[in-house]
Write a protein that binds this ligand. Structure first.
Ligand code: SAM
Ligand code: DTB
Ligand code: SF4
Length: 334
């Protein structure tokens, strides 16, 4: 593909800052142009999430309902049975999802029976021709290889914010730990899903730094979820100020320009975004949503409401693995 020549991993912080500070409409226009050059402007991928193990997490991430350090009101749930997970994946597929992401409130993967069960879940979801993604905390190179062998397509592991601000978000692990897991996932040949959260009390400079880190990884993540904080009662961030629509769209647009081939996902926080703001996000380069009434522990718009909304904008759900299929077609044509 000719466009590959324009993929840059050497962005400077100054360049990212310059983009972030562009006048709003110029920024959206540039992002929309890049988006249409690299992606179909009429497609959005619809993904589903399932929490396969909920709550009681030993990490102290300040935003999270599932940390054992906070007093949030959630139903703690041990690892689900494989049949329950596959049933849920089947329903997600029937409703129109093409990617299924399973999340566990673990600090890290351990080599135990629970991990073997997750591998079994991956095989089952893969057999349904869904893109299968997991987010299970830190993984070693060997564990990543086992995930790959089971058919895992993507691993989600967010850097959340800038390296500088990270110490104010989580004290039980380091930014370096996050980057190490991402490297282990890459080495195993699994695609990387890595993004962040806006609204963690960060400054603009932290957002710029986070986007810079993502865009200067050796290879851009294939998927970048942009979450806005869902402020959860009982967590240290329950009273954080809400992110403005303008700041949110700005980050989507900058991510799109820096990482043209990446899927930019509207992740947590859509309940507090108007439909108009979401439409603007699609214009500015977002091309995926999480659908279904629940994210991991918090509410999300209903599936049918989203499908009607997408269709009202003339957007169609994207097929599973369509990027890989397009690459194969390109290779065959050359
Ligand atoms: N335990 C694993 C981990 O931390 O990587 C996987 C699950 S964790 C819940 C997945 C991601 O969801 C986090 O990295 C964070 O970016 C996002 N997230 C969690 N709680 C959130 C909240 N309240 N608002 C927005 N995003 C949130
Ligand atoms: C991501 O970046 N956002 C999703 C997915 N990856 C795993 C999770 C959002 C969780 C929102 C809070 C909750 O529902 O507990
Ligand atoms: Fe645990 Fe993940 Fe929540 Fe952090 S974000 S407390 S690691 S479940």
């Amino acid at each position: 593909m000719l466009q590959v020549n324009r993929i840059r991993n050497d962005w400077t912080v100054e360049e990212v800052r310059e983009l972030y500070n562009k006048s709003f409409l110029d920024l959206v226009f540039e992002a929309a142009s890049v988006h249409r050059e690299f992606h179909r402007g009429d497609e959005v991928q619809v993904c589903s999430l399932l929490s396969i193990k909920t709550g009681g997490c030993p990490e102290d991430c300040g935003y999270c309902s599932q940390s054992a350090h906070h007093e949030s009101d959630i139903d703690i749930q041990p690892l689900l049975k494989t049949e329950e997970v596959l049933e849920s994946a089947k329903r997600a597929k029937e409703a129109g999802s093409t990617r299924f992401c399973m999340g566990a409130a673990w600090r890290e993967v351990r080599d135990n029976r629970a991990f073997d069960r997750v591998l079994e879940m991956i095989r089952g979801v893969k057999d349904m021709d869904l893109e299968v993604c997991c987010t299970l905390g830190m993984v070693t190179e060997e564990q990543a290889q086992k995930l790959k062998d089971a058919g895992l397509h993507a691993y989600n592991h967010n850097i959340d914010t800038s390296e500088k601000h990270y110490t104010k978000v989580c004290s039980t692990r380091t930014y370096g730990d996050r980057l190490q897991t991402l490297e282990n996932v890459r080495k195993a040949g699994i695609t990387v899903c890595c993004g962040g959260i806006l609204g963690l009390g960060e400054e603009e400079e932290d957002r710029i730094s986070m986007l810079h880190t993502l865009a200067t990884l050796e290879k851009h993540p294939e998927s970048v979820p942009i979450n806005t904080l869902v402020a959860i009662p009982g967590t240290p961030m329950e009273n954080n100020k809400q992110v403005t629509t303008w700041d949110f769209i700005r980050c989507i647009a900058v991510a799109r320009i820096l990482m043209p081939q990446t899927m930019v996902r509207l992740a947590a926080g859509r309940m507090s975004l108007t439909k108009e703001a979401q439409a603007l996000a699609f214009l500015a380069g977002a091309n995926s949503i999480f659908a279904g009434e629940k994210l991991l522990t918090t509410p999300n718009p209903e599936f049918n409401e989203d499908l009607t909304f997408l269709s009202s904008l003339g957007l169609k759900p994207k097929e599973a693995y369509s990027d890989i299929k397009e690459c194969k077609q390109d290779a065959a044509a050359n």
